[in-house]
Ligand binder design. Sequence first.
Ligand code: PMP
Length: 360
Amino acid sequence: MTQPEPIPVRVRPEIAELAPYRQGRQAGADAFKLSSNENPFEPLPAVLDALASASAVNRYPDALANRLRERLASEFGVSIDEVHIGAGSVALLSQLITAAAGPGDEVLYAWRSFEAYPTLVTTAGATSVTVPLTDDARHDLPALVDAVTERTRVVLLCSPNNPTGTVISQAEFDAVIDRFPADVLVILDEAYAEFVTDPDAVDGTRVLAERRPNVVVLRTFSKAYGLAGLRVGYALGHARVLDAARSTAIPLSVTAQAEIAALASIDARQELLERVADIAERRDGLVAALRAQGWRVPEAQGNFVWLATGEDTLAVADALHEAGLIVRPFAGAGLRISVGEHESVEKLLRIAASVVKDLP
Ligand code: PMP
């Protein structure tokens, strides 16, 4: 690759080295896009109607999205100050990390996990410390506790873990949570919570009920609620911690449209959760069928599956791309494939069956 032409503007050296967020390949008209864990269903008419009635775009939105905060506060049985809305949960991650960690501080998380974590930590000026996943692609919680130092300011726990789909169990979480120092912020990133069917999985709402001031739970309307394009997520936690996040937020970044669509989605929750149950069932069928073909697939609790294709990852991704399935390759590690339309699942299984025979 050729070096970019130098410019006189000084950029922080760690930022100059940072690659911008990569979305993966975009799908052509007749390809299935299974690369971003989006919801394959069209928005509900009630949500589209609410959007059409959203306030005029010449006005700024309500800075704190208070109607949505109030609604979520009553849903979760917390006070409005214990809810904070962001332009996607990735914005909330950024705010919380920036609020708690800066130069000289460490942010601890399992790896491999959500690709945005290292970028957000570097952007905050802090240092990432990672602990490998176990052989079955799960968080190693005792090892995470052991990796805490006096510089650790934030611990990121992702359940279900993107991209491997595995969950932290409630028992594993309960066994370690009090071993993290009380002044370290623990963020439980539950972007895929609604897809979880494992009754033993950690549940942010149960965690919240214990009211630990250092634990924040993150959720989003992007996945189960199908509003990825509108950018809206929420944090639940101690009011003072969320105040710190509010202080670091880019002002007015949650649009009125995002707020109104989120409210309409909560109203339509029953119907949306039926779709979620459909996807979870499709996911379980897909995992069973892939395992029957001989693939090693870890437990999948999000709306995606992980194929540990190792050195063959890019070749398998190419075979799938050629067949019109756009998936997310992580070179040298594996493929993350979203559970999409029925037809895409059938096609995936057909291609996967022919590819698995060629693997060493
Ligand atoms: N956390 C995890 C684990 C994710 O996979 C994602 C999206 N890929 C996010 C957070 C951010 O989602 P959003 O900003 O759309 O809410």
